[in-house]
Ligand binder design. Structure first.
Ligand code: FES
Length: 132
């Protein structure tokens, strides 16, 4: 359930406020972030982080599914291009309410096209998002 629908819950509000924003480093066609940027103080892992860089028109959300499985999506609504917001395992559009899953698929319209995705590889302790 997205956080917008349950704003009365203080616990969920805390989680929503917990989105971590990271500035990625561009190396060639890759946008790199350290794996440790997913680590929380209690040594568990964040479900997602949002990666920014001045060369990007929109941020990129990276979801962590397991030690070696990450998926990255451009936070641009496929309806009319509004920047999306991420809540837990969902992305929501503040313009007309479209929702997307953490696989980039449309959950609710009016958007009818999946999010742009990027291949992600992990090399040692670095998460590499292929922008090419
Ligand atoms: S721009 Fe996102 S739903 Fe319309």
């Amino acid at each position: 359930m997205g956080c917008l629908g349950v704003l009365a819950s203080g616990l969920l509000l805390q989680r929503c406020a917990g989105t971590r924003y990271i500035t990625g480093i561009i190396e060639g066609s890759y946008l790199n972030i350290p794996e440790d940027d997913f680590l929380k103080e209690d040594n568990s892992y964040l479900q997602h982080v949002v990666v920014q860089n001045e060369v990007l028109q929109y941020p990129i959300v990276v979801f962590r599914f397991s030690t070696n499985e990450y998926r990255a999506f451009l936070m641009k609504c496929t309806h009319q291009g509004t920047e999306l917001q991420v809540f837990g395992d969902r992305l929501q559009c503040p313009a007309h309410g479209s929702e997307f899953t953490n696989n980039g698929n449309v959950q609710n319209g009016p958007a009818d096209t999946s999010l742009r995705s990027f291949p992600v590889i992990k090399e040692s302790k670095t998460i590499k998002i292929d922008l090419s």
